[in-house]
Write a protein that binds this ligand. Structure first.
Ligand code: PLP
Length: 833
């Protein structure tokens, strides 16, 4: 239950340490030392960096705590409509800097620590980022909760507190080796566990019907249960006094030991139940776009939504709340299909537990869920085998069947004699085995379905969910993704932030469209000089980080050409690599005059899902090419590859501000949106990209003259595929392409061994599902245009400034406004009310 109002008032008014209210350097220092002494149990002279970091984090927490309690109190009093953002992933990144920024404490802390001889930057580096997500989808969730807090919109983020987040990537002989991400090992000062508020979540068992005073009802008799313990995290708005909550669930056994077994001496058996339960939140599934039907994953999904629904209904809402009015209080946004099992769960609660009739429950359901789809790849649309679902959640499967039956009755009524359509639209697929299509369930039940960029939403409606967009045209909408300018410009790029603020004031941090005011400055030579200077400084910062982190020596005087994102064939890291190999091959064979080649550093960052063999081969190949090129004196100073292992949010924050060129080269029609693309544009990199995902909108906004477009369009891709795609015809007709592929096949990058990378080459020549070879020449031509443009430093800088000035649209604040207007209808709370 939310804090008792009177006690919160007392806290905020009477017991708040004066130092905190005054925010003075002295006050901060006292608080910090108090934390070090009484929280960590060390004095300054003996404190390790980790002690200092933990004490600092806890001190900063104090400053936000009062606002957090105040936000909760007001939320409880006002009973305003909230967003519950349900997401299996929140890729938060480091917390300290963001907390300092939000609370406006940066200067006080820097000075206070400085007086004690402590360097803030050292403590910053002691933080291990919580990597509770795979990539774009999880980072998007983190950006969204940041924006909602900053915009004063009530929101609870609900997810899973994985004990091990996304694996730590290492390279051994150039091959990816995964290590566990033990992010909690040194303490986790940003979380607040509440074991007393644990929720019981059940699985398995069977269902039975019974007579309830003349009405036949069903109840679920589960087979086993676990506890979900909430861990709360603060989500501070930027300098606005609001602190929203992110609530992540951790699984525990209902009985830590079975005493009887324990006493009988069977220790292993006694802890088995505990291990079994805790497995549910043990590890983040390191998959991206290609889910595997793993039972544990389904357990995770149900676990966190069941905890979240119970928490919202029983703890957040007042005791006597009439659930018929639920749509006035909440919208549950489903971030992809991972939380979709929440739909039958809420039906179960209303129909079985609260004893509503089906139609009343269904009417509420259709108003409180909305679904965001994140993919266009058919294999990434999640399905669960009915057999597994029925074993794990028997009552939910029955409910899904009934939802489907009633839905299909409607379809039949609208389209009599069209059984084919009925089968296509069924939530239950029959082949290759009976299974539940989670995206269909979300579409049928949700109030809205949105794609994540204009092109993606169009393709969803026209192709992936076409029958549904015909049936429910009013449900389909678009919200183009966005990124938080606080973390990815203000914090990640202090130089650029200072330049912008100096030019147009600091209003852009919460109103990113104001970057437009920079446009005239693109023609100001002094502004461009300063802009370039900042880019150079950012490169030097990256040089230092990569030297320290990876032992990589990067040449800051070269063009920094960056492709960082998950390794996936549709994203086409191989296309980038073929460009590099081709340059190398043409230089070393004398076709290209080395003096005419623009010096470039190609930076890669990419994790491959551990079970994705081709992706891991490609990582091996990038590293192998990197080793050869970096060691070859023939291209020294002209071409080099930097592939730091373990690309994560922290690395993104130094890499992206240093980049000159942003590689967004997925096959058109495959990337739903991308968010990396937005981060680069906002940090003054120019994009080379296909007409895919949000690239389309970036290009439209920044203008064709400031974007390097290439490649087949989505309809052209469809035509090529329909006509029968033969990659070998490109290989045979394009000498440059042939030489590049032959060089790889020759064993040049694998010590003469022709077999090592044969699978990559063979795949490109025989199948090439993502049309790398078809786009190769267009890509090379576009790279020539990049070189020509880069040669004119002033014109390039002008384009870079215009990229920044025209990308304000990609703020996640704007995304949130679109969600609010089109889907949620959750007005901000007036901070002065
Ligand atoms: N991984 C990390 C660590 C990120 O920060 C991001 C987003 O910026 C992504 C992956 C997603 O990148 P992209 O949108 O290029 O796929």
């Amino acid at each position: 239950r939310p804090p008792d109002v009177a006690s919160v008032r007392k806290v905020t008014q009477n017991t708040e340490p004066i130092a905190i209210r005054e925010r003075t350097v002295d006050g901060f220092t006292r608080e910090f030392l108090r934390e070090l002494n009484f929280g960590q149990g060390v004095d300054l002279s003996r404190a390790s960096v980790n002690d200092q970091y933990l004490a600092l984090a806890r001190t900063v927490r104090h400053y936000l705590m009062v606002r957090w309690l105040e936000t909760l109190r007001r939320q409880y009093e006002l009973q305003a409509k909230s967003v519950a953002y349900l997401s299996a992933e929140f890729l938060l990144g480091r917390q300290l800097d963001n907390a300092l920024l939000a609370s406006g404490l940066q200067d006080v802390v820097e000075e206070g620590l400085g007086n004690l001889g402590i360097d803030l930057a050292t403590l910053r580096d002691a933080e291990v980022e919580p990597g509770l997500g795979n990539g774009g989808l999880g980072r998007l969730a983190a950006c969204f909760v940041d924006s909602l807090a900053t915009m004063n919109v009530p929101c609870i983020g609900y997810g899973i507190r994985y004990e091990y987040g996304i694996f730590r990537q290492t390279f051994v002989d150039g091959w990816q080796v995964e290590k566990p991400d033990n992010w909690l090992a040194l303490g986790s000062p940003w979380e607040f566990p509440h074991p007393e508020a644990a929720v019981t979540v059940s699985f398995g068992g069977h269902t039975e019907t019974y007579d309830d005073e003349g009405t036949e009802r069903t109840r679920w008799v589960p087979g086993w249960s676990v506890l979900g313990v909430p861990y709360n995290y603060m989500v501070p708005g930027f300098e606005n006094g609001r602190v929203n909550t992110l609530r992540l669930w951790s699984a525990q056994a209902t009985r830590a030991f079975d005493l009887e077994i324990f006493n009988a001496g069977d220790y292993a058996e006694a802890v088995r139940a505990q291990t079994f339960a805790e497995n549910i939140s043990k590890v983040l599934y390191p998959e991206d776009s290609t889910p595997q039907g793993k039972e544990l994953r389904l357990q995770q999904q149900y676990f966190f939504v069941a905890c979240s629904l119970a928490n919202f209904l029983e703890e957040v809402l007042p005791e006597d709340f009439d659930l018929r009015r639920l749509p006035e209080r909440i919208i549950f946004q489903l971030n992809d299909t991972h939380p979709v099992i929440a739909i039958p769960e809420l039906m179960r609660i209303l129909v079985d537990e609260r004893k509503w009739n089906w139609d009343d429950a269904w009417a509420v359901i259709q108003k409180v869920f909305a679904y965001t789809c994140h993919t266009l790849l058919p294999e990434a649309l999640e399905v669960w085998s009915a057999d597994l679902l029925g074993r794990l959640l028997p009552r939910h499967l029955e409910i899904i069947y009934r939802i489907n039956e009633e839905f299909l009755d409607g379809v039949r009524e609208r389209y009599p004699d069209d059984e084919l359509r009925v089968r296509r639209m069924s939530i239950i697929a029959e082949h290759p085995e009976r299974s539940v299509r989670m995206a269909f369930l979300a579409t049928v039940a949700g109030t809205k379905v949105n794609g994540v960029a204009a092109l993606h939403s169009q393709l969803l409606a026209d192709k992936v969910l076409h029958d549904f967009s015909e049936y429910f045209p009013e449900k389909f909408t678009n919200v183009t993704n966005g990124i938080t300018p606080r973390r990815f410009v203000r914090l990640a790029n202090p130089g650029l932030s200072g330049l912008i603020t100096g030019a147009i004031g600091d209003g852009w941090v919460t109103d990113l469209e104001r970057l437009k005011e920079l446009e005239p400055l693109a023609d100001d030579a002094e502004f461009r000089r300063l802009f370039r200077e900042i880019k150079t400084n950012n490169k030097h910062r990256l040089v230092d980080v990569l030297r320290e982190r990876d032992g990589i020596e990067l040449d800051p005087d070269t063009m920094l050409d960056v492709m960082v994102k998950r390794l996936h064939e549709y994203k086409r890291q191989t296309l980038k690599l073929l460009h590099v190999v081709s340059l190398y091959e043409r230089i070393t064979s004398g076709v290209l005059d080395i003096d005419k080649v623009t010096p470039r550093t190609f930076a890669f960052g990419a994790k491959a899902a551990p079970g994705y063999r081709m992706a891991k081969q490609i990582i091996g190949l990038i590293n192998a090419v990197g080793r050869t090129i970096n060691e070859d004196p023939a291209v020294k100073g002209r071409l080099s590859i930097a592939f730091p292992a373990n690309y994560n949010v922290t690395l993104a924050e130094t890499l992206i501000p240093a980049a000159d060129l942003s590689e967004q080269i997925s096959l058109a029609g495959k990337e739903a949106s991308g968010t990396g693309n937005m981060k680069f544009a906002l940090n003054g990199a120019l994009t080379i990209g296909t007409d895919d995902g949000a690239n389309v909108e970036i290009r439209q906004l920044v203008g064709d003259d400031h974007f390097f477009l290439f490649g087949l369009t989505e309809p052209e891709v469809a035509d090529v595929v329909d006509a029968g795609y033969h990659p070998t015809s490109y290989y045979e007709s394009n000498k440059t392409l042939r030489h590049a592929l032959d060089l790889i096949a020759s064993g040049k990058f694998s010590g003469g061994d022709r077999h090592v990378f044969e699978p990559v080459v063979a795949n490109l020549l025989q199948e090439d599902r993502f049309l790398v070879l078809a786009d190769f020449q267009a890509y090379l031509d576009a790279q020539d245009r990049v070189d020509a443009a880069y040669a004119d430093t002033d014109a390039w800088t002008r384009s870079a400034v215009l990229n920044v000035a025209r990308s304000g649209f990609f703020s996640s604040d704007r995304s949130m406004r679109d969600y609010i207007d089109r889907i949620w209808h959750t007005p901000p709370i007036d901070p002065n009310a």
